[in-house]
Design a protein around this ligand. Structure first.
Ligand SMILES: [Fe+2]
Ligand SMILES: [Fe+2]
Ligand SMILES: [Fe+2]
Length: 326
């Protein structure tokens, strides 16, 4: 992560915001991956602010969602300033031990708190950006304290060596598992792709809210599917990851950095085949899965994607009806 200390010009401000954004994308993804790789309802910590006994996995997902909101705040301001929000990400890692992931997450929080708090603005320059950066930085302070408390709790439980879920090597031959990995990539891609359009149309609240709803649906599916992978003896994959001799995975591009569509028409046109592809994958997967809870869950995802396709088709037709909409 580069560091920007002096924010004097609009270009400095845009650079700071985009560096921060690339960080926020990476961590929102990384924390949820770390959470999806560990057991639910097994490790608890005493939350330093909420004063509640809290599930480590659930709270890590919540922190990941906070980071997604940071991305949203940064990207909307970048767009409003006439800049282009970056979809590149910082490096993402996963260690085999839960403790090492928590330790990395805490160090990341301290690093980014420093990025935000060390930015120096001349008096009176960019007051709203200054305020936003300070507000985000204290969310990061909170996150750092949460990760520290989680690590203390794991140590106190003698769970320092607890491992993440492994991927059963035999799953390479199971069609349904490989198909679900592909669906996970598509769901993640669509979550971020819809977010790009939320920023792009942040001035057009009707369109932007509708697209945001779909982004959240895709995020929920991603979340549910990660649990199905574990039931099938697998775990969420990190795209383009390299694994070293100690089992540590690293990826410099864990998700696409470019998404198609630059105006209303091209965005809406590009979404239709993307939803159709995802629908076809779900239909195929559902045909391979026996009746039961997992199949019912997948059918719910398929149903919502069919609804997305219906909506997108009408959004496109309605744009084409009105002259002067760009
Ligand atoms: Fe953040
Ligand atoms: Fe954070
Ligand atoms: Fe969809």
């Amino acid at each position: 992560m580069d560091k920007i200390q002096k924010v004097e010009t609009k270009e400095d401000a845009l650079r700071l915001l985009n560096i921060a954004l690339e960080h926020e994308w990476a961590v929102s993804f990384e924390y949820t991956i770390h959470a999806y790789s560990m057991p639910k309802g097994k490790f608890f910590y005493e939350d330093p602010v909420m004063k509640n006994r809290t599930d480590v996995r659930a709270q890590m997902i919540q922190i990941g969602i906070d980071e997604m909101y940071h991305s949203l705040q940064l990207a909307v301001i970048i767009t409003q300033m006439g800049g282009v929000p970056s979809f590149k990400t910082d490096e993402v890692m996963r260690y085999p031990r839960i403790m090492d992931n928590l330790n990395r997450d805490k160090m990341t929080e301290d690093l980014v708190t420093n990025l935000y708090q060390s930015a120096k603005f001349p008096e009176g320059a960019f007051p709203k950006i200054q305020n936003m950066v300070l507000n985000i930085s204290y969310d990061e302070v909170r996150h750092s304290n949460q990760f520290a408390a989680m690590m203390d709790a794991l140590k106190a439980q003698g769970a320092e060596d607890a491992f993440c879920y492994p991927s059963n090597p035999e799953n390479i031959n199971r069609q349904e598992v490989q198909l679900l990995h592909e669906i996970m990539r598509l769901e993640n891609e669509l979550t971020h792709r819809y977010l790009k359009y939320v920023f792009l149309f942040s001035e057009h609240q009707d369109l932007s809210q509708r697209l945001f709803k779909n982004s959240i649906d895709h995020m929920r599916h991603w979340d549910k599917n990660s649990g199905t992978l574990i039931k099938w003896g697998d775990v969420i994959q990190i795209e383009n990851a390299k694994k070293d001799a100690n089992g540590v995975e690293t990826s410099k591009n864990p998700m696409p950095s470019v998404y198609p569509g630059e105006d209303r028409l091209s965005v809406l046109e590009a979404l239709i085949p993307a939803e159709e592809t995802l629908i076809a994958r779900y239909e195929r997967l559902i045909s391979l899965v026996p009746n039961g809870e997992i199949k019912d869950q997948l059918k719910l995802h398929l149903g919502l994607n069919r609804e997305h396709l219906f909506t997108q088709n009408w959004l496109l037709k309605n744009v084409q009806k009105i002259k002067g909409l760009k």
